[in-house]
Design a protein around this ligand. Sequence first.
Ligand SMILES: *Cc1c(COP(=O)(O)O)cnc(C)c1O
Length: 390
Amino acid sequence: MRVYLDHSATTPVHPEVTKVVSEYLTEKFGNPSSVHVFGREIKKAIEDARAQVADLIGARPEEIIFTSGGTEADNMAIIGAAMANQKNGKHIITSGIEHHAVTEPCEYLAKQGFEVTLLPVDKDGLVSLEELKDAVREDTILISIMHVNNEVGTIQPIKEIGEFAKEKGIVFHTDAVQSFGKLPIDVNELNVDLLSASAHKIYGPKGIGCLYVRKGTKLQRITHGGGQERRRRPGTENVPGIVGFGKASELAKESMESENKRLTYLRDKLMKGIEERIDHIKLNGCRENRIANNVNFSFYFIEGEALLLSMDMKGIGASSGSACVSGSLKPSHVLLEMGLSHEIAHGSLRLTLGKDNTEEEIDYVIEELPKIIDRLRSMSPLYDAHKHKR
Ligand SMILES: *Cc1c(COP(=O)(O)O)cnc(C)c1O
């Protein structure tokens, strides 16, 4: 059996998306900037996709800029807004649990003379509105807080933050890569000025995403070239990616409600199964304010990498907040920020569900995971010491 439970890393491309993408990789090849019919029909396809993406978040099509993905959208938002607003101040507020696509541009700006405040989160990974209010200063020009955390699935109080930012006249960006297409989003209701999204997290192609830019929001462009995307993101468009992103957005809108119900059921079954069968564990993230497809537990006396390898041998694809996988010894900054010790953070496991997961697959994981944990613990000197202490 092969079970893919890593949908927060990426998703399989929906067959209907593949269909439109391949159309625009073959017969429909024109350059959208060309005046002839070959170009014009491509231009129209891009504008249709823009409307599909905008429709998913209650935006106007002209407020959507296509980018190469979530990372570029985050960079564009943070560096672009900071540069455009620096005469009003150089202070930026973000949280300690953001994706690297947000933390790295903030660090870059800090080296350029901006000041960055990292808001702490509570043990569930939630930002506090009160702490945000306390952190705001006269010279605060930008707030960037993610909508849903990619590791622990916690949903932040974006609406409240948006309301406050608007009241203060501070530009508000949210990295919505993990909520776009999964939670109902209305940019006007949430009062966000800038919002990042990515296609490959919603069954679209990799290498395409967008930044929503509220009309009137000042943004300095970070790449310079031709007139594409109203000069805000020059370069010949990734046409197959864009039409694929449009299709994926349309499909996400259609299935959002039913998928949320289905995934919530499977997720709760998986969480319950793990909690009933395995002891010495800790749920990471918030039980209530949690995205429907995320399960994240720490297993005491276990090394995340060993766990991933054992699961891989059983055909289960998952991920861990333990970062030896990516070549560093430091565990996830998100888990550490939530107050976990290095040891407990290293023993974390993230299982993220998606549209093709079945109940049989969940049953299989509930069956196999306890056996794997037992075996790993039986070899663990830490577990041995713990048993002898008792
Ligand atoms: C995946 C992800 C990104 C990066 O998006 P890419 O399209 O892969 O560049 C940014 N933020 C979050 C929260 C993500 O999950």
